[in-house]
Structures are given as C-alpha cells and as structure tokens.
Design a protein around this ligand. Structure first.
Ligand SMILES: Nc1ncnc2c1ncn2[C@@H]1O[C@H](COP(=O)(O)OP(=O)(O)OP(=O)(O)O)[C@@H](O)[C@H]1O
Ligand SMILES: [Mg+2]
Length: 275
C-alpha cells in the first residue's frame, strides 16, 4: 500500500441490534461501525452496555443466535462464515486455558479443533516462535496453567488465539484481572505483537488510559441499549511509549473519552470505568 493510503475496511456493522428474548433485554440499540484492516480499536462503555455482546456477535459465539437486526460483515464474511473459517482469535479476561493440558498442549488445541493439515513439526515450530514472541521462558512450556502466574497465563491465551494466524483478534478485557505492573507490561507486549503481525484488534476495556494509550480509535458506547456515542481518533505517534501518558496531549485525549462517557456512556458514579 502507498504511504498515507487508506487501508481497506475489515469490518462493517450496520444498525446492529441485539435483543435477548429469554430475559427481554435490549443489549445493543443499533450500532454502526467500520473498522479498518490492521486497526487497533478499543471499546469502552458502562457495565452492561453490550461490549461483550458485540464481540460475541462478531465471533458468532452467543448462545442466543446472531444479531436481532442489522448486518455484520468481516472481511466480506458473515460472523458464521468467519467462525467456520477460523478467521479470528479470541482472548478473555480469564485465560480460559484447559487446566488438564500443559502450556504446549493448550496451544496445540486450535490446530486439533481445526483438523489442521499443517505437519506436526510446523505446528510445533509456529507455537514455539509465538511463545518466544510473548516472552514465555521455555522452562514454563511443560507447566500446567495453575503453575503459571496470571500474566503468563494471558501470554499463553494470546498465543493460542494467534496459532492459526487469523486476521482478527477479539479481546474482552484481556488484562482486567492483572495487577497494574503486569498489566502495563502486557500492554507493551500486545502493542509489539500488533506491530509485528498487523492484525486487526478489537479490545474491550474499562480503563480510559489503556484504551487511549493502545488504540488508533476509541469507541465509546452508551448505557444499555448500547449505541456508539463517539468515535475518538488517538493522534499519538507509533510506536507508543509509556512516557506519552505523561503528556498534556494524552490527558486531553483521556478527557475527551471521559466526557463522552459522561454524556451518555456513563457517569462519574460508574465504578466500572477506571482512569
Ligand atoms: N446470554 C444472555 N442472555 C440474556 N441477557 C444477556 C446475555 N448476555 C448478555 N445479556 C445482557 O445484555 C446486556 C449487555 O451485556 P454485556 O455482557 O454485553 O455488557 P458489557 O458491556 O460487556 O458489560 P461489562 O462491562 O460488565 O462486561 C446486559 O444487560 C446483560 O444482562
Ligand atoms: Mg463484558
């Protein structure tokens, strides 16, 4: 692509609504959004604004079917087609690793589920290079998840999401359960992975500073039923450096997100939103 050229659109959401019939809950009230290929996009909004629901719709993993109304296209595919073609990886707040499998076996699972025809040695090579990329020392590869720290478990979960090399990574509060220091180092790690792999990333977070520090754009959702209140571009240079969070420009950007949350996406009392 030519420098400055606009990257193609990877994801289009048109008036996406979700009504959970069994509980009669209107979770999403008509979401319109376009995400560019290779973009790092964060979703922020009050608790219950439908952030996880939106990721579930993109990944076609909801237990109540797809969108009630509207249209979702990802790389020209419906969410169902995307799931069948293993077109995305997903990471949750809890690593959701299988406790009875070691690190390496957990990372092999996507190959098994996909009935991959990639030769076993190639599968092992790919896992090894990803485990190296996330900085998990070899010593820990034969460990069971419970023998790892929270940060290490999330590293493994990220590897597992990437082994099939999908173009899209969905992340639902991936660092929400980590302590502050580990969280910051995981943010740098994810930015590094993103710059090396150029995946499209959609990350849900409750942290204003995390969203602003990492993303190209921040999507602020309203109270339930969730709608896009504002789309805020983050004009900070890449690669991002921690010192950027000390600048006035950064404080101004965080202020814009906070204001958008206050004007429909949350309130000062909303304890789910962190600075
Ligand atoms: N499977 C389901 N069945 C019925 N209602 C659901 C289901 N999943 C979510 N909901 C409802 O939809 C609304 C949005 O939930 P969702 O989990 O998407 O919010 P969220 O923005 O991710 O919240 P949080 O920040 O607390 O994680 C909530 O009112 C929730 O109770
Ligand atoms: Mg959620």
């Amino acid at each position: 692509m030519f420098p400055g050229a606009t990257p193609p659109i990877a994801i289009r959401l048109f008036n996406v609504k979700k009504h959970f019939k069994d509980r009669d809950v209107e979770a999403l009230g008509g979401v319109d959004l376009e995400v560019a290929q290779g973009e790092f996009l964060s979703l922020i909004g009050p608790s219950g604004s439908g952030k996880s629901t939106l990721l579930e719709l993109l990944g076609d993993i909801g237990d109540e079917g797809g969108a009630t109304e509207g249209e979702i296209l990802i790389e020209g595919k419906t969410p169902q087609e995307l799931r069948r073609s293993k077109g995305y990886g997903i990471v949750f707040q809890d690593s959701t690793l299988f406790p009875w499998y070691r690190v390496f076996e957990n990372c092999l699972l996507p190959f098994r589920i996909a009935k991959s025809e990639l030769p076993k040695e190639e599968q092992a090579k790919r896992i090894e290079s990803l485990l190296e990329m996330v900085g998990l020392d070899r010593k820990f590869w034969p460990y069971y998840p419970k023998e790892l720290s929270g940060g290490m478990q999330q590293r493994v979960a990220i590897v597992r999401a990437l082994v099939l090399d999908p173009p899209l990574l969905l992340m639902d509060e991936p660092f929400g359960a980590l302590d502050d220091l580990t969280r910051k180092s995981m943010q740098m790690l994810l930015l590094d992975i993103w710059s090396k792999t150029r995946k499209t990333i959609i990350m849900v977070t409750h942290s204003i500073s995390e969203a602003c520090f990492m993303s190209d754009r921040v999507v602020v959702l309203s109270h339930r039923p969730g709608r896009v209140v504002r789309l805020i571009p983050i004009p900070l240079d890449r690669p991002r450096e921690r010192s950027m969070t000390e600048t006035k420009a950064f404080a101004r950007i965080c202020g814009m997100v906070r204001e958008a949350l206050g004007s429909g996406g949350g309130s000062e009392e909303d304890t789910s939103i962190k600075e």
